[in-house]
Design a protein around this ligand. Structure first.
Ligand SMILES: NC(=O)c1ccc[n+]([C@@H]2O[C@H](COP(=O)([O-])OP(=O)(O)OC[C@H]3O[C@@H](n4cnc5c(N)ncnc54)[C@H](O)[C@@H]3O)[C@@H](O)[C@H]2O)c1
Length: 268
């Protein structure tokens, strides 16, 4: 059996539960949890199990590194913490899987990339759905020219989110953190960002690259009492001349539970 990698999970509530479920799964032989970090660990559904497994719990990643090293840091915290925690992890010799979006601040993104390049560590962003078999197979078929060249890609995402969703955490639907860091939590950069990512990824010229945006216009709306927007109509053109239309909303009735339509127009 190959070496098990050591993982520290930062953010063990919310979506962190999904990571813990998989890491604690009996079938997982590739990684083990060397520690967890959370400012309020007792709120996690896995708190008792983490204690039963004698996994050390820390309130900050700095404190974790006082005692341990880790092969991989998984960052599953609010958006405005991603840059500082990712850079700290890479500076301490760990590879990073940071949840999407990388950050809302373009300058912070450059710092994350520069830190990755300087430290030689891996930095992955959790657009996990683009790496599922159906999306990978579709991209391979597009690159192989099975449908001709992509002209236009369009997605409609109807993903109901009620007040409980926006009230679950202090950063939900916010523009800035109390310290002034950019969050811009919205239907475009958070919950349904996967589907915008698919469109850019599928338009990319190689299996490893996404298309770059050349021009973009958008209409933004909100039905919920939030600072950002829960509904958007985005029209963009990529540098490799694909037109992308991304229509997404959280402001729909429950019967539209996660309804997603795709439409690809190809030039034969
Ligand atoms: N890939 C996916 O499908 C997917 C799905 C859901 C959420 N996410 C992403 O996961 C991230 C977290 O989202 P969420 O909905 O779980 O948020 P959340 O607010 O529900 O949970 C965040 C967790 O981080 C902890 N935390 C807050 N500040 C911290 C700090 N300074 N240090 C350590 N821990 C801290 C909180 O106590 C909480 O346990 C976001 O980037 C979100 O976009 C990804």
């Amino acid at each position: 059996m190959s070496k098990q990698i050591s993982v520290v999970l930062v953010g063990i509530g919310g979506y962190g539960h999904t990571y813990l479920k998989n890491l604690f799964n009996e079938g997982n032989e590739s990684a083990f949890v060397i520690g967890v970090v959370d400012v309020a660990p007792e709120r996690s559904d896995y708190y008792e199990e983490i204690k039963d497994r004698n996994i050390p719990i820390y309130h900050s990643l700095e404190d974790f590194y006082q005692d341990h090293q880790a092969d991989l840091v998984i960052i599953c915290t609010p958006i405005h913490l991603h840059k500082s925690q990712s850079c700290l992890a890479m500076e301490n010799g760990s590879n990073v899987l940071c949840e999407k979006p990388a950050t809302a601040n373009p300058k912070d993104l450059q710092e994350m990339i520069a830190t990755r390049d300087r430290t030689g560590k891996k930095l992955a962003i959790g657009f996990n759905l683009s790496f599922t078999d159906p999306v990978q197979e579709l991209k391979s078929d597009i690159l192989a020219g099975k449908f001709g060249k992509a002209k236009r890609m369009k997605t409609l995402v109807l993903w109901p989110r009620n007040a409980d969703y926006f009230n679950r955490s202090g950063w939900a639907g916010k523009k800035y953190s109390p310290e002034g860091e950019m969050i811009f939590d919205s239907v475009a950069n958070n919950a349904t960002a996967h589907f915008l990512h698919h469109l850019l990824y599928l338009s990319g010229d190689s299996i490893e690259t996404s298309a770059e945006i050349d021009q973009l216009s958008a209409e933004l709306y909100r039905a919920n009492p939030i600072e950002t927007f829960d509904t958007c109509a985005v029209h963009l053109r990529t540098k490799n001349e694909v037109e992308i239309i991304y229509l997404a909303t959280h402001a729909v009735e429950e019967e539209h539970q996660q309804c997603i339509h795709w439409n690809l127009k190809m030039q034969q």
